[in-house]
Design a protein around this ligand. Structure first.
Ligand SMILES: [Zn+2]
Length: 197
């Protein structure tokens, strides 16, 4: 069984959003088209409480895109984004959300971020997605979405480590690319056994 996992195609990650990924909106229609070709469609939704610890505004004297050390490891500080219930947290209006079998929210705990659809940034706290996929007999994942070098990357690497057969469609992802983070992510995914198509 084969699932399409659509990572964080939300207003705040698209042009005009709080943490816009360049040309992030270009991938929406081709993602919709892919939904017809798989056994299951899963959407992830970044979903932070106001004042989340991944926001630079929550740390005195810090600015967005600085790196800090959190109890669970290094964390990039972001502009405030995807606040629960805000328009920015909504999916892109053209994404065919009604076709999703499952929507999994992540990053809802104030003290920890969650790039991956499978584990929070401590790499230990599960989101529950693994259990959902396994109980549905899904072993093959195609991943697309935003952003290639953060949430897609972390999700794909975790999925591969968990034993899923993972393909990332690079044309249907867009990157933030902070200081070479895209190349690092591509190398890391390849090393983890993710197929980059
Ligand atoms: Zn976030």
């Amino acid at each position: 069984m084969h699932a399409l996992v659509v990572i964080d195609v939300q207003n705040d990650f698209c042009p005009g959003g709080a943490l816009a990924v360049d040309r992030g909106d270009e991938i929406v229609q081709p993602i919709n088209a892919l939904m017809a070709e798989v056994d299951a469609v899963v959407l992830t939704q970044d979903w932070h409480p106001a004042g989340h610890s991944s926001f630079a505004s929550s740390h005195q004297g810090k600015t967005p895109f600085e790196l800090i050390e959190m109890p669970y490891g290094p964390q990039v500080l972001w502009p405030d984004h995807c606040i629960q219930g805000s328009p920015g947290a909504n999916f892109h209006p053209d994404l065919e959300v009604d076709r999703a079998d499952m929507i999994i929210r992540k990053g809802f705990r104030a003290a920890i971020d969650s790039y991956s659809a499978f584990f929070e940034n401590d790499h230990q706290t599960p989101t529950g997605l693994e259990g959902y996929l396994r109980t549905r007999g899904i072993d093959r994942l195609t991943m697309v979405g935003l952003a290639t070098d953060f949430c897609v990357n972390f999700s794909a690497v975790d999925a591969a480590k968990l034993g899923f057969q993972v393909t990332v469609l690079q044309d249907l992802c867009r990157a933030i690319d902070l200081e070479g983070s895209l190349q690092t992510a591509l190398d890391g995914m390849r090393q983890a056994g993710v197929t980059l198509a």
